[in-house]
Design a protein. Structure first.
Length: 276
């Protein structure tokens, strides 16, 4: 086998070449196309080092997908409000990094519906579409509410997840495409069921801040998968530094081999070598 790249891995680049997704390995500053590797033998080798994606410090353990412990405890992008946006404390003046908050949180966000392992509600920055959907392996998706801040998106999501899930079942995701769903009908049902709560948020933050998107058409997404696994076995590079097999497909941030599956995003900041 020939080594085709090495470096600190980060989540795969994903680009929608409608309706198909094109993927790339990001190793340091290099982006290596992955789709052409499908059907071929590929080996991922963990080289035994993890370097924090923020400060570069060597760390034995990756925290919050790619950070050392000190950075995890002090960076705004690792704070509790990233996982729970409704807990944003920017207004209290206690944001870990107000400049970072201004750039990434005090900006337009979208609440969306996606069908990956079934319908789920999620949030992302408006600039992150459709990348967010590709990372989650969604086969259908549609934005349904546009808001002015990350915290507001958290309030909307909190309201809607009383009716729909907010998690992806990764095992179901890797067993095949989810059955198609009429996302426009689900959107209208949510607007009807949660109308009072949505109106309350509009009254609190303003009609311009919380906009319901009634007419946006859902998109369809296809993933380059030749065969889904009948039994799902996960590679664990911390226990065995080699993941190798015939690459059968790519979905979300998962590589699907004939020998097992691996979530590339989980190993952000790990030093890897890729062989083919």
């Amino acid at each position: 086998m020939i080594e085709i790249g090495r470096g600190a891995i980060s989540k795969m680049s994903a680009r929608l070449d409608a309706p198909w997704v094109q993927y790339g390995f990001r190793l340091g500053d290099t982006d290596i196309p992955v789709n052409p590797m499908i059907g071929k033998t590929v080996r991922l080798e963990y080289l035994g080092a993890i370097n924090c994606t923020h400060c570069g410090r060597k760390t034995k353990t990756s925290f919050s997908q790619g950070y050392c412990y000190p950075c995890m405890t002090k960076l705004a992008q690792c704070d509790i409000c990233i996982m729970s946006p409704e807990k944003c404390h920017y207004e209290q003046g206690t944001c870990r990094d107000p400049a970072w908050g201004e750039q990434f949180c005090m900006t337009d966000h979208v609440v969306y519906l996606a069908n990956s392992s079934g319908v789920k509600v999620g949030i992302t920055r408006a600039t992150q579409l459709p990348t967010r959907w590709l990372d989650q392996g969604a086969s259908q998706a549609v934005p349904i509410v546009r808001v002015a801040t990350r915290q507001q998106s958290g309030f909307v999501e909190d309201l809607l997840r009383s009716q729909v899930a907010d998690r992806t079942n990764w095992r179901a995701l890797l067993k095949g495409d989810a059955p198609p769903v009429d996302l426009k009908a689900v959107r209208q049902q949510l607007f009807d069921t949660c109308g009072e709560g949505l109106l309350g948020l509009q009254e609190r933050f303003g009609l311009q801040a919380v906009q319901l998107l009634h007419d946006v058409e859902p998109i369809e997404i296809r993933y380059p998968v030749e065969a889904y696994p009948t039994k799902i076995v996960s590679f664990n590079l911390d226990k065995n530094p080699i993941a190798e097999g015939t690459l059968m497909g790519i979905k979300g941030q998962y590589l699907i081999f004939d020998t097992g599956v691996i979530n590339i995003r989980k190993y952000t900041a790990y030093q890897l070598a890729v062989h083919q």
